[in-house]
Design a protein around this ligand. Structure first.
Ligand SMILES: [Zn+2]
Length: 295
């Protein structure tokens, strides 16, 4: 076997920075075309395989990226301990893709995890680490955060909630944000601001409550100001999609941000996704609006 031509860590860190910049500029996603256009030291290195869910560039000794295609918000294949599980490919466990996958686990190298949310559209999560190789069951455990790399497996409730919290932060929230912003064509539902890096995915029913799931119909794409104002009940959204501003805020006199950014939203209709399944759920809007009105 010839020695690898490139420095493993330098390639990986440059690749992570490349995807991060692209994701920041486009609401948290990268496209297949972008993943296929990465160049390191003049050498093109594709960050995604053409057809397989694992990318093993010939220049590297271990796997560079793995692909996951969740069907729902919590559909990742998790171990009993709540960690993400990535299955070996078919075939021998010590050759081809499986050899490089297991090598990445053995060496503790950082990888890129790509969560597919639409054809050729992915949410990049990096770095992730393969924290445990389980050849008998043909899978590796993926730590989506450094903090999960060396966590010991136990049934302890505190430990489990730590794993869940970090997984939510590093995996589920970015996927939720990307899905929502994409559904709203990368604009604020209230003011139509189109700067991806100033957009958030707001929850209609807050996270952690019943029906507070990270699904698009419980989300709204809002700019930072409107997200904060919505969360603090300065602005409400009626189930018929009309914006209401709190009466005391309407009476306030202040500069242009208050006037144009908040007060002028009164009575406007929010924009919603064209796909019916992505539109805000009227029952959730009602529940949340009632809280706003009572606040
Ligand atoms: Zn806005």
């Amino acid at each position: 076997m010839t020695a690898p031509a490139l420095d493993e860590l330098s390639v990986r860190h440059a690749a992570f920075e490349y995807v991060r910049q692209r994701a920041d500029a486009s609401g948290g996603v990268v496209t297949r075309a972008e993943l296929e256009s990465f160049i390191f030291a003049g050498e093109p290195i594709k960050l995604i395989d053409q057809s397989r869910g694992i990318r093993n560039p010939r220049q590297l000794i271990a796997t560079l990226s793995i692909l996951s295609q969740p069907k729902g918000p919590y559909d990742d294949d998790h171990t009993e301990d709540g960690l993400l599980r990535y299955a070996y490919r078919a075939g021998p466990i010590d050759s081809g893709d499986n050899r490089k996958l297991r090598r990445a686990a053995e060496l503790g190298l950082p990888l890129l995890l790509l969560e597919g949310i639409a054809p050729s559209v992915f949410v990049p999560i990096a770095p992730v680490f393969l924290r445990r190789d389980v050849p008998d069951e043909r899978y590796v455990e993926v730590a989506v955060d450094e903090g999960l790399r060396f966590v010991s497996l136990s049934t302890d409730e505190t430990q489990r909630s730590y794993v869940e919290r970090l997984t939510k932060l590093r995996l589920h929230q970015p996927v939720f944000r990307a899905r929502v912003i994409r559904a709203y064509s990368t604009q604020c539902a209230m003011c139509r601001l189109r700067h991806a890096d100033l957009l958030d995915a707001a929850h209609i029913i807050p996270d952690g409550r019943p029906r507070g799931e990270p699904v698009v119909s419980n989300g709204l794409s809002l700019c930072k100001i409107h997200h904060a104002a919505y969360d603090r009940n300065m602005i409400g959204i009626r189930p018929d999609l009309v914006v209401e501003v709190k009466p005391n805020i309407l009476l306030e006199a202040d500069g242009p941000m208050l006037r144009h950014g908040i007060q002028e939203m009164q009575g406007r209709q929010i924009v919603v996704p064209s796909m019916r399944g992505d539109q805000p759920d009227p029952a959730r809007l009602r529940e949340r609006y009632d809280e706003f009105a009572a606040s």
